[in-house]
Structure formats: structure tokens, C-alpha cells
Design a protein around this ligand. Structure first.
Ligand SMILES: C[S@@+](CC[C@H](N)C(=O)[O-])C[C@H]1O[C@@H](n2cnc3c(N)ncnc32)[C@H](O)[C@@H]1O
Length: 348
């Protein structure tokens, strides 16, 4: 991938990007209260829908991070005809599913853009929304449980579910998506690479950010749920039977150091995203699977304070890679043609 040119005039990180926390909790009253209360650990709230843990918190601070992350992706693809996704689903889809919808922002924006569609967002924690378009529905469920939706989907979307499932869980999820999509329907997935890099050597071995990605990848391996989904999703999606695979790789600058105006804005947002998300990304993985042994909450906080100092350092031109894949379910004609070929090859 091309190097991102550094703005030579850049010397300080602007502060004060809109990160006012909001209280989203008041509107979840219709959800069973134990699910909405979640489980508290180290000052953060986690889902209580399913027994095995998911590493990320579901609380106001993390929802704020999801919202900023959503904006990062929108600005990153600002020059695309549709910044929400790339799959060519046409102008009048009927049924769309967003798996692990989080704060629900993607599902809401897609429902606004496609009034013809019912857009379902599913998550193990109730999305903290006070208003949604009439064609947007949120449901609380574990997506690895049997799917009971009656209508087939035109489009299934997954974003940032890294570290959520063991390998067999991913295989099951893609199979469920394959079976639930219309022939010719699309799946799309966008994932971060948690490793931080720089092209000009400004990120150095002595920085905490240098080891950030490899350390969390090892923690997640010990948890049995890889963070490296950006590396495996393409082949896993292809193995399931999807066809016409496309992919796009991105470099997401961490801080407003790029010369390019759009990337500068992305970097600004990504800096705010990191600052809001940091503790939620780190706390569970380090206190359960940290090395050489699980860390205390205080150790995590001391580490994160050092990371925050590096995030403010304008001399580090760091970025996170990200990866998007989109692919199509075979059409009936393609399936029939495949069957004919198979029969011809296997008949005596
Ligand atoms: C990192 S967040 C990403 C949220 C959203 N997709 C976005 O891009 O902003 C991952 C979400 O997946 C949800 N999740 C994790 N495991 C899940 C499961 N088994 N079923 C449904 N949702 C799940 C989490 O609760 C969390 O909200």
C-alpha cells in the first residue's frame, strides 16, 4: 500500500473534538433489566446475555467510542458513492442485518438511506438508542444461537467483531449468513488490524504503541478468540461458498499528521476514537490474559497513561491498517451450473 504523506506544517494535535459523553441508558427500560444492567468488572459494564465473556465493555464510554469509530469509517470513505458499505445491493433492498451492531449507528444510517428495507441490528447488549427510524429494528441475541428470522436477507454486515469468536464460531457464523441470504445476496465485513505501524520510522521499539498490537494479539490467542480476523476473513468467507470476492485495504492514521486533508480529518477522529476506546479495548484482555500473568486494574491504568502520552506526540506518524471484504451468495443459476459440473465430473 502507498505511504501516507506527512503534513510538514503539523506540529501539534488539536484538542477538543466533540467527545462529550451522553447518558444513553434511560431508553433501555423495555429490555429485561438484568440484561440492561449487565455485569460490572473493574469499573466497566459488560454484557450478561451469554455465559462466556466477550472482551469489550458495553457502557456509555464504549458506546461513545463506537460512535466516533463509525465517523472514522464514514470520513475514510467520504469519496465513495456510499460511505456506509461497498456491496452493490441495488437501490431497493428489503432485508438487511447488522451483526454486533453496538451503538446501532450503522444500522440507523442504513435504514435512513434505504427506506425500502427493514434493517435489523443484533447485539448481546441492547443498543443505547432513544430514537430510530421506523424501518430499523434492534434485537438482543447471541448471533451464534440459531437464527429465527423468517425473511431472507439481501445484505448482512459485520464490523469490528474481531476477538468475538473462536475459529469454529466464525465458520458457523459465515455458514448461518450464507444460509440466511437470498441467492445473489451480499455479505460485507470490515475489521481493524490492532497493530500500530509507521512508514517513516517515527514509531520506534521503545514506544508502548510498538508492542501494543502484538501484545493484545497474544492475549486474545490465550483467550481462544483471535483478533487477527482481518487476515482470515477473506478465506473463511470464500471457503463458506461465497463468490465474487472483493477487498479493500486501508491505513487509518492515528492523529492529524497526514498532509492530505481527508486523511488529516480521519486521523483527528481516530485519535479521539483511541482515547475514548483505549481502556475498554485493554481492560478485560489484560486483567484476564495479560502477560506474564493477568494484570491488575491499576497496572492497566498506568500502562494506558503512557499510551495516552504517545498518542499526543506529534512526532509519531502512526496508523492502524484496516481491511474490508465483500462477497456474494451464488445465484440459483450459478448453483445449478455448479451442480451440473459436479454431476458430470463424478458420473462414471
Ligand atoms: C467492537 S463492537 C463493534 C460495534 C459496531 N459493529 C461498530 O462497528 O461500531 C462489537 C460488538 O459486537 C457485539 N457482540 C460480540 N459478540 C456477539 C455475539 N455473540 N452476538 C451478537 N453481538 C455480539 C458486542 O456486544 C459489541 O457491541
Amino acid at each position: 500500500m502507498e505511504k501516507i504523506a506527512v503534513d510538514p506544517d503539523f506540529y501539534s494535535i488539536a484538542t477538543g473534538f466533540g467527545t462529550d459523553p451522553q447518558d444513553f441508558q434511560s431508553e433501555t427500560t423495555s429490555i429485561a433489566s438484568s440484561i440492561a444492567r449487565g455485569r460490572l468488572e473493574n469499573g466497566r459494564r459488560y454484557q450478561a446475555t451469554k455465559e462466556d465473556d466477550y472482551w469489550g465493555p458495553s457502557d456509555e464510554q464504549q458506546f461513545e467510542a463506537f460512535e466516533i469509530g463509525h465517523m472514522v469509517f464514514l470520513v475514510l470513505d467520504f469519496n465513495q458513492p456510499n460511505p456506509l458499505f461497498r456491496a452493490p445491493i441495488g437501490d431497493s433492498p428489503k432485508h438487511i442485518l447488522d451483526i454486533g451492531t453496538g451503538q446501532g449507528s450503522w444500522a440507523i444510517d442504513v435504514a435512513d438511506r434505504y427506506p425500502s428495507a427493514t434493517v435489523r441490528g443484533v447485539d448481546i447488549f441492547p443498543p443505547p438508542v432513544s430514537w430510530m427510524p421506523p424501518n430499523c429494528v434492534f434485537e438482543v441475541d447471541d448471533v451464534l444461537r440459531e437464527w429465527t428470522w423468517r425473511d431472507s436477507f439481501d445484505f448482512i454486515h459485520i464490523r469490528l467483531l474481531y476477538g468475538a469468536f473462536p475459529p469454529e464460531g466464525w465458520d458457523q457464523l459465515y455458514k448461518q449468513a450464507y444460509d440466511a441470504l437470498e441467492p445473489g445476496g451480499w455479505i460485507e465485513q470490515m475489521e481493524f488490524d490492532v497493530r500500530v505501524s509507521s512508514d517513516d520510522g517515527t514509531l520506534k521499539k521503545e514506544h508502548q504503541l510498538w508492542e501494543w498490537g502484538p501484545m493484545f494479539i497474544r492475549c486474545a490467542e490465550r483467550a481462544g478468540r483471535s483478533l487477527n480476523i482481518h487476515e482470515t476473513m477473506r478465506s473463511a468467507i470464500e471457503k463458506t461458498g461465497f463468490v465474487e470476492l472483493h477487498e479493500e485495504k486501508y491505513k487509518i492514521p492515528l492523529g492529524p499528521w497526514p498532509k492530505d486533508k481527508l486523511l488529516k480529518e480521519v486521523g483527528h477522529l481516530q485519535d479521539a476514537h483511541w482515547n475514548a476506546a483505549l481502556e475498554g479495548w485493554a481492560m478485560w484482555l489484560l486483567t484476564h490474559f495479560g502477560e506474564p500473568e493477568p494484570w491488575t486494574k491499576e497496572e492497566v491504568q498506568v500502562f494506558l497513561a503512557k499510551v495516552r502520552i504517545e498518542l499526543k506526540d506529534p512526532h509519531i506518524h502512526a496508523y492502524n491498517p484496516a481491511h474490508r471484504v465483500w462477497a456474494r451468495n451464488p445465484t440459483m443459476d450459478e448453483l445449478e451450473a455448479k451442480e451440473v459440473t459436479f454431476k458430470a465430473e463424478t458420473s462414471p
